[in-house]
Unconditional design. Sequence first.
Length: 277
Amino acid sequence: MNIIGLGQAGCAIAECFAKYPQYKIYKISVDTEGKRCYNIPILETAEEYESYSYPKIKAFLKELKGETLFIVGGSSKISCASLRILENLKRLPVSILYIQPDDGLMDETQIMQEKVVRNVIQEYARSGIFESVCLISNSHLDDIVGGAPIIGYHEALNNILVPTLHMINFFQNTKPVSGGIPKPKNTHRIYTVGVFDIEKSEEKMFFSLDKARHKCYIYGVKEEKLKTDKKLMKKIRSQIESKKEEDLNISYAIYSTDYEYDIGYVITRTPHIQNKI
């Protein structure tokens, strides 16, 4: 899979994927240098980033083939370059990872800009121009990690976000022992993810998704436990049954792992735009 990071936040998250061999990393930002990096000049306004010509961007992205994940945070001016850059990727199946910053740290202009970028990206995904958009809230990640020091703050959030996304991607490309991660409906292109404590049956989502219509619980269980625990299937069935709600479909997937501990994740999907202006 290709990973494209836009701006400082997007590039930092993209770099976290570099430790896994399954991904090819590309960075688009100001003052960025190195292999597979495209440098953008510092511009004054969001409108300038939206209208800038981006010379040679087509050549920079020409070699990309296959699935592509485009990562962008909504509060920076450079996020307004997203659609201009994504125009050059129409030939590819592109998904968006959208990072919603903490609005308590933004001024009114940034808050409005963030809402516009988020809504436009969701509208494009819902229309089928993008494969999907995964919404992530930095404030939710902060709550999950229990806070982090100022120096290394975003690294701490990314250290839970990226491994979660990687493991979900890994399981989606692995044969389950039981159940399975279903292919989403064409209308369910907006989603988020979270972690799931299998022992406590507790989930912690990375974004508060309104009007969820489907949830998939992913169980990564030690192989020995899958072979010997006679009560595990009953426990999982009970957990899934307890999660059922009106207008919400539930599925599950169980995978064998060689980890020392069990791991759990959740994918939640909706057809509805989140937080429309």
